[in-house]
Write a protein that binds this ligand. Structure first.
Ligand code: MG
Length: 365
């Protein structure tokens, strides 16, 4: 058996307990006290281990997808076979062009990039065209505080004290943005993510309330998120840039939005679409005036893959970092955030492997 034959593909849920100095926010209709994703561990016949990450809200569903669909198709194949993932995408396309099966393949894709870079003895960014910067700024992405101005001010102060110089809110009101603007001052870029808050006819009034407080961009303003025509129309009448992408209907749909300039910022999530697709979208942005600003609301190998992508892409953008206290901070020792900045790793592959307790599934339940 060739050394580069895939011997195993295993999904290890990574459910990180967190708090954000307030009661748990709601996510998918229920209170959220963990930030969930899943590690993807790929091992080849020669014992080389590589890591990816998949979006995961329901670990049992994702593990079943890996056990019954992904691993049987990948094991026994050569890891450097360029037809492997495209072939799996076509074989499984009837199961949906977005959703858990696609998220599983995204994690496998990241692991195969890690493997490729490790086998080449190169940092991942070298395979993405080489880094254009040695360090990347991170922005503090606050979870939702439901317009509680006192909490928003407190948490903003905490983020600024830790060295962050850019803030993102998950809020829906002008008053919430105003509270953070008062705390942060006029110079700090403040992005506002509404998580698809408004129908097209509702958006103008809600956004008008934010405009006096200078949002840097407004993210996912519309429901449904794949309504390109409504987004393009809103972009044309809105004086503030728009950002969308983490809920793209497919990699191709997001690439089209990048090419057509539907919004100013496109935000591929590598743990939903894969690194190959995110790289393709980043390259589609070059020269057309759209900026690729990957969504990075996760902490594992997908975070490192996004860091390499941002380091290598043409447009300089900041990397999203959920501003929460985690029970375990992945890569805290190997790729730490220091005063709001990340050094781009130069060691082979992603630059670090998950710590032993994560790899052993200590945070799987
Ligand atoms: Mg978002």
């Amino acid at each position: 058996m060739p050394a580069n034959t895939i011997a195993s593909v295993v999904c290890i849920p990574m459910r990180l307990p967190f708090h954000h100095w307030s009661r748990p926010p709601l996510f998918a209709g229920r209170p959220r006290d963990r930030l969930d994703s899943a590690l993807v561990r790929v091992q080849t016949a020669d014992g080389t281990v590589a890591w990816g990450e998949s979006y995961c809200v329901e670990p049992r569903a994702l593990q079943a997808i890996f056990e019954t669909l992904v691993a049987p198709l990948a094991c026994g194949r050569l890891a450097d076979d360029d037809t492997l993932l495209p072939g799996m995408q076509r074989l499984l396309h009837n199961l949906g062009r977005s959703g858990p099966v696609v998220h599983a393949l995204a994690g496998l894709d990241i692991a195969l990039w890690d493997l490729r870079a490790k086998r080449a003895g190169l940092p991942l960014h070298a395979l993405l065209g080489g880094k254009r910067r040695n360090r990347v700024r991170a922005y503090a992405s606050l979870l939702q505080y439901y317009a509680d101005e006192r909490l928003l001010a407190q948490v903003t102060e905490r983020a600024l004290a830790e060295g962050y110089t850019e803030i993102k809110l998950h809020e829906r009101t002008g008053a919430a943005l105003a509270a953070v603007r008062r705390t942060a001052g006029p110079q700090v870029p403040i992005m506002v993510d509404t998580n698809c808050a408004w129908l097209p006819h509702e958006a103008d009034a809600a956004m008008a309330a934010m405009l006096p407080h200078q949002p840097f961009w407004i993210e996912e303003p519309l429901w449904p998120p794949e309504d390109d025509a409504a987004l393009a129309a809103l972009r044309d009448r809105c004086p503030v840039p728009l950002a969308v992408g983490e809920n793209a209907a497919s990699a191709l749909a997001l690439r089209r939005m990048a090419e057509q300039g539907t919004v100013q910022y496109v935000q591929p999530s590598v743990i939903k679409l894969g690194l190959s697709a995110a790289l393709d979208i980043a390259r589609a942005c070059d020269g057309v005036g759209t900026v690729c600003a990957p969504q990075v609301a996760f902490f594992g190998p997908g975070f490192l893959a996004s860091l390499h992508l941002i380091a290598a892409q043409q447009a300089e953008v900041s990397l999203e970092r959920l501003f929460v206290a985690l029970a375990h901070v992945p890569y805290a020792g190997s790729v730490p955030i220091e005063r709001g900045w990340l050094q781009v790793p130069d060691t082979p592959g992603l630059g670090a492997d998950p710590e032993d307790d994560l790899a052993a599934g200590c945070f799987a339940d």
